[in-house]
Design a protein. Structure first.
Length: 113
């Protein structure tokens, strides 16, 4: 039983890493200027490995709607992981809560635009 719990924890950690990579990559690709700046407190500071500074942020209404839908999808994926780590006080739980708060906050701010 203990071995199963360890395997489940590793799978959960891996899923959290995959989802966080998706989120941060999408933010950096879609909003390269805002996410590289410290002036926008609700955007995490992330950059692509090789930033393309001639690319502008994508704030068109259609794209914002698309991105908000992506945020919902990531939030749902994160929520599905909660039962697997909710009984522990682990770094995974903290990361999961932080990612969920980040996606929710970003969703709220983008919804105002």
């Amino acid at each position: 039983m203990k071995e199963f719990k360890n395997i489940l924890k590793k799978m959960t950690s891996s899923n959290i890493n995959i989802i966080s990579s998706e989120i941060f990559s999408a933010i950096a690709e879609s909003f390269p200027v805002v996410s590289a700046s410290d002036e926008f407190y609700y955007f995490p500071q992330v950059r692509l490995e090789k930033p393309e500074w001639e690319t502008w942020d994508r704030f068109s209404p259609d794209f914002i709607t698309h991105f908000i839908n992506s945020l919902y999808s990531w939030e749902n994926k994160l929520v599905q992981l909660f039962p697997h780590i909710s009984n522990t006080k682990s770094a995974d739980q903290a990361e999961l809560l932080l990612l969920k708060k980040l996606t929710h906050t970003l969703h709220e701010h983008l919804n105002e635009t």
